[in-house]
Design a protein around this ligand. Structure first.
Ligand code: SAH
Ligand code: SF4
Ligand code: F3S
Length: 447
């Protein structure tokens, strides 16, 4: 089919792994219509910007990218070629009208729940400007191709759950992605088997609240994430299973037991906590306390002693005092994270927190963020240092920066670079770690 795919499609992706997954599905659905994914926007017949709305600067970046892509479009127009420019993703969902007004050269704006309508939207866009920010009744998952025709390498994402009903007061996701939806278990198992047939060994199950998963199973029961993980572990050839992103409220016994029982489930969990202050957690509407978080961590460590954790933090949420921030620092000292993302709070239009009193001064936020990052970096370095001298099974799923080098991941989700020939790509091999810094690890193949 590739031979017939003559039109060039460039997709640029921001934001979370859901967007990465969606971008691949968009490429898959346009492929039979003659579009072939390319790496640069130059001379592309269609450009899709798959955008993220989670923090402020994301929107600005979209507009600055649009400016550049418009130049490509104008240049191509001079030689009589048409270029379709599309904005997809969460900015499109939230700011569709604004984009259409501010960027008249944009042909299509469509939200995350409409991608299965893409071929029809493309046809329409050749004659008129298209805006589609509906939340259709039918799920895009039921109509999007999941054959992963563009899959490359041994690691893949499978989206199992989308949307969010939790309405944390700072967050745009419930508005941009819509209500929580879990895909039926059978379809997920089929998709995993198909990926296995394409050589995939490592599957990451994706969802905005992946552990809120409650999918219909063929036997009429409802499967939890823990049950689904067991089902995927039964597929021969799938060797590593991960999932993200989890919410502390939905860590149930089933999931904890899966970490104890399922060898293929990797000893790693991304579990955002945002803050260590109960007062802030409450105004964030997280619906759990800092101690509840500590208890979950303790239970998971009891079930799987070598499990590592990563997290997300928001610093400077409205009303955050120095004491509140110190509670976050204390939580980090207590838990010890292998890695983490930390951000200063960014007010998002339309969210409840945007109207809250007690804004934290930017300089104070920045200073707190630095202190938190320093602590998190120290912990990350400790985890990395602890790897030195160990022999670890690494799955090679990327090409390195230097020639002759491959990129791989440990079971605990460390990324590392190893000198290894291309024959190791896609395989799991033992590596002895010889060097580590806070941000990188290197090692040698053990033959
Ligand atoms: N569903 C996940 C988070 C998805 S958003 C959860 O509940 O934890 C990814 C991360 O972006 C969040 O964990 C949070 O740390 C950050 N984030 C979301 N909204 C933000 C905002 N308004 N300002 C700063 N960071 C934000
Ligand atoms: Fe956003 Fe909260 Fe939902 Fe996570 S759980 S996506 S932070 S509203
Ligand atoms: Fe961003 Fe939307 Fe994901 S706002 S983080 S792309 S769900």
């Amino acid at each position: 089919m590739t031979e017939n795919a003559t039109k060039k499609l460039f997709i640029k992706t921001w934001g979370c792994q859901m967007n990465v997954y969606d971008s691949h599905r968009m490429a898959d659905i346009l492929h039979p219509f003659g579009y072939r994914a390319v790496d640069t926007p130059d001379d592309a017949d269609m450009v899709i910007l798959n955008t993220c709305h989670i923090r402020e600067k994301a929107t600005d970046k979209v507009f600055s990218d649009l400016g550049r892509i418009r130049e490509h479009k104008d240049l191509r127009a001079k030689s009589g070629k048409k270029t379709l420019i599309a904005v997809a993703g969460c900015v499109a969902q939230a700011e569709g009208e604004l984009i259409m007004d501010r960027a008249p050269y944009v042909d299509m704006v469509f939200g995350p729940q409409t991608y299965h309508e893409l071929p029809e939207m493309v046809v329409r866009a050749l004659g008129e400007r298209v805006v589609n920010t509906d939340f259709p009744i039918e799920s895009k998952f039921d109509s999007l191709p999941v054959d992963h025709a563009t899959q490359d390498g041994p690691s893949a994402f499978v989206s199992i759950q989308e949307g969010c009903d939790k309405f944390c007061t700072f967050c745009v996701v419930p508005y941009t992605r819509g209500a929580e939806y879990s895909r039926p278990a059978e379809r997920i198992l089929d998709e995993a088997k198909m990926l296995r047939d394409r050589g995939v060994k490592d599957i990451t199950l994706l969802g905005q609240n992946v552990n809120a998963y409650h999918g219909d199973a063929v036997d009429g029961s409802t499967w939890s994430l823990g049950r689904l993980i067991r089902g995927i572990a039964d597929i021969d050839g799938i060797e590593r299973i991960r999932y993200m992103t989890s919410h502390p409220r939905d860590v149930d016994q089933d999931l904890i037991d899966a970490h104890r029982d399922v060898a293929k489930l990797m000893p790693y969990m991304h579990l955002p906590v945002q803050s260590g202050s109960d007062a802030i957690l409450k105004t964030m509407n997280r619906k759990h306390t800092a101690d509840h978080y500590r208890e979950i961590i303790a239970k998971l460590r009891a079930a799987r002693p070598d499990i590592t954790f990563s997290s997300d933090f928001i610093v400077g949420f409205p009303g955050e005092t120095e004491e509140d921030f110190e509670a976050t620092m204390q939580l980090v000292r207590d838990v010890r994270f292998m890695s983490a993302y930390s951000f200063t709070y960014s007010a998002r239009p339309g969210t409840p927190a945007a109207n809250m009193q007690g804004l934290v001064h930017e300089a104070v936020m920045d200073e707190r963020l630095q202190r938190l990052k320093t602590l998190l970096m120290e912990q990350q370095k400790e985890f990395n240092d602890a790897m030195i001298g160990q022999i670890i099974p690494v799955l090679f799923d990327g090409r390195g920066k230097k020639p002759g080098q491959l990129f791989g991941r440990t079971p605990w989700n460390h990324a590392l670079y190893v000198m290894a020939g291309p024959e190791f790509f896609g395989k799991i091999a033992n590596v002895r770690v010889d060097h580590a810094t806070a941000t990188s690890i290197t090692g040698q193949l053990v033959q």
